[in-house]
Design a protein around this ligand. Structure first.
Ligand code: FEO
Length: 158
């Protein structure tokens, strides 16, 4: 039994679940007439699939019996776009917590996983920063639609 590999297999599904959550957020933003946010969140969703695919390839390379786990239905009843981004930021902090847990486990148990997970530790710094910067901009706009549309326009170029 290798707990580090088991945890990584769990994280693989959590990365797909992240993609699913961001896809629902994209749909919310689209329905909320914020195409830039929708585009940005759609890209984020695709990035999560890439994170999952990398894990899948690694697990297969080490001969692990990869199994996808059940996913929860993503939340879709957001109050506004601010709540979407706040929720996404909290979600990324949870991803970071899980990645660090895998790293701590792997450090003793499996050096291959420990080496592999380093990329994700670095990536999470960027993931959290993306959402916290966006959140700061939204907080400054304070729901003012002029400001919101400027941010929306910027996000369209991701
Ligand atoms: Fe794959 Fe956004 O963490």
């Amino acid at each position: 039994m290798n707990k580090a590999l088991d945890k990584l297999n769990e994280q693989l599904s959590f990365e797909y679940e992240s993609a699913y959550i961001y896809k629902q957020m994209e749909i919310f933003a689209d329905g909320y007439d914020l195409p830039g946010f929708a585009h940005w969140l759609g890209k984020q969703s695709m990035e999560e699939v890439e994170h999952a695919e990398k894990m899948k390839s690694f697990l297969l390379d080490v001969g692990y019996d990869v199994k996808l786990l059940e996913m929860s239905t993503p939340k879709n009843d957001y109050k506004d776009i601010h709540e979407v981004i706040q929720t996404a930021y909290e979600h990324e902090k949870e991803v970071t917590r899980r990645i660090h847990e895998i790293a701590n486990l792997a450090k003793e148990e499996d050096k291959r996983v420990y080496s592999f997970i380093q990329w994700y530790i670095d990536e999470q710094v960027e993931e959290e920063a993306n959402f916290s910067h966006l959140l700061a901009m939204l907080e400054r706009a304070k729901g003012n639609w002029g400001g919101m549309y400027i941010i929306d326009g910027q996000l369209a170029s991701r």
